[in-house]
Write a protein that binds this ligand. Structure first.
Ligand SMILES: C[S@@+](CC[C@H](N)C(=O)[O-])C[C@H]1O[C@@H](n2cnc3c(N)ncnc32)[C@H](O)[C@@H]1O
Ligand code: SF4
Length: 404
């Protein structure tokens, strides 16, 4: 069984047997990720760059810093069109409607955001208001992702959430009234959760007819309250049974499991995340935001200063000091990085995408692919890079082949 955290960063030192340096003939689609780092309270299981808000939300200072961050990013993306925007957190739904409006106007004035771009905003049911959701939609948000986690009051309490089941249900209604495309984030294998409890959560989530579900196995992340004081969670057999149940019920309900944790109604995949998994480009703005940007002769990774206050101060200085890390991805790392993303997709990707995105010959993957094929972990089709059922189940094992 495998579980992969939704936002796992890449291990250092990943290598593949490659010598050549990369050269791209065309640049991939470009997405923009905007990080909003504040939450009402820090959840005990969460290792995202999110911080309990003390006092007023510094909206003005945040938006000014965001403008500076975007302005300083422009030389890296001149002339490129933006296909998706994701406003994530933290809790972006803490922002006023006016702030989201200003943020989107800002993005449109500096960048060529396509008229039909997918624009997602992450919201917490504990901060949901119908009027504000409708205003977000008027400003251009066309997809809302709700951090439901569970519809069970006891589970929500054990997770330290600020919302209860009633608020979760109300938030789904509000989101569905505001936009056509709604994602529900749920977690399973929760403290005290039974198989029946998991089934009940899933039934409720599927009953709303939203366009998308993200179903995550709760993981214990280092440096969280749960890591220090682990709650009693279902044993491995029970959580495996939960995974089976989820696979079966979602398939019966007409949901396509297109990625490890992502389930979509037909035609309703998350385009922003698809771009990550297809090794597209993304500009990350806001504290701790990561970016991956391609040029004809190199691929850059960037990370912004994590601490919200220091990111705001540094970005406003306009001297690049808000960039905590910027480095060129080495050719030897590209094989693993590409596969880490692509193999999360159930259908994998066309083999030709490897060269298109990395500039390297597919031969760079050949030794690892041969080993993985011999172990029955990848599909023996030279035109695709795709895990078999077995490979998908033991994805970490499969990925390890590309590290050598
Ligand atoms: C970045 S969070 C943002 C959502 C929003 N702040 C909220 O929690 O309502 C995205 C999702 O990641 C999932 N997540 C966060 N920590 C997790 C963990 N330790 N294990 C599994 N899933 C986790 C949750 O389902 C969460 O909704
Ligand atoms: S609300 Fe979301 S981002 Fe904030 S602490 Fe909880 S899980 Fe993390």
């Amino acid at each position: 069984m495998f579980t992969i955290h939704p936002d796992k960063s890449l291990p250092q030192g990943a290598t593949a047997a490659v010598e050549a340096s990369s050269r791209l003939h065309s640049l991939p689609p470009l997405s923009v990720y905007v990080h909003v780092p504040w939450c009402v309270r820090k959840c005990p299981y969460c290792d995202f760059n999110s911080h309990a808000l003390r006092g007023e939300l510094p909206e003005r200072q945040y938006l000014d810093a965001l403008r500076s961050d975007i302005e300083q990013s422009l030389p890296l993306i001149w002339g490129r069109r933006v296909t998706t925007v994701f406003i994530g957190g933290g809790t972006p739904s803490l922002l006023s409607a006016a702030a989201v409006d200003e943020m989107l106007a800002m993005l449109r004035s500096y960048l060529t955001v396509l008229p039909d771009a997918e624009i997602t905003l992450e919201a917490n049911p504990g901060t949901a208001e119908a009027g504000r959701f409708a205003d977000y939609a008027r400003s251009g948000v066309n997809r809302i992702s709700l951090g439901i986690q569970s519809f069970d009051d006891r589970a929500l309490q054990a997770l330290g959430r600020i919302h209860d089941a009633r608020q979760a249900r109300a938030a789904v209604d509000m989101a569905q009234q505001a936009v056509q495309r709604v994602n529900l984030d749920l977690m399973y294998a929760l403290p005290g959760q039974t198989l029946d409890g998991c089934a009940a959560d899933l039934r409720q989530a599927m009953a709303y007819g939203t366009s998308h579900l993200s179903l995550y196995h709760l993981t214990m992340e280092p440096n969280t309250v749960f890591a220090k004081y682990p709650p009693v969670v279902p044993d491995d057999d029970t959580s495996a049974a939960m995974q089976e149940l989820i696979a079966q019920h979602t398939a019966e309900g007409g949901w396509e499991r297109y990625e490890v944790s992502a389930y979509a109604r037909p035609g309703q995949r998350c385009l922003h995340n698809m771009n990550y998994w297809e090794f597209g480009d993304y500009l990350g703005v806001g504290p701790g935001a990561h970016g991956k940007l391609s040029f004809h002769d190199r691929i850059l990774r960037q990370a912004k200063a994590r601490n919200p206050q220091s990111w705001m101060e540094r970005a406003s200085r306009m001297d690049g000091s808000h960039i905590a890390e910027q480095r060129e991805v080495q050719a030897q790392e590209l094989g693993f990085e590409f596969m880490l993303n692509a193999l999360r997709l159930k259908a994998g990707v066309p083999a030709a995408l490897f060269t298109e995105r990395t500039g390297l010959s597919i031969l760079a993957l050949a030794p690892a692919l041969e080993r993985a094929t011999a172990r029955g972990l990848v599909v023996a089709d030279p035109s695709r890079l795709q895990a078999t059922e077995l490979g998908w189940r033991f994805l970490n094992d499969l990925l390890a082949e590309f590290l050598e």
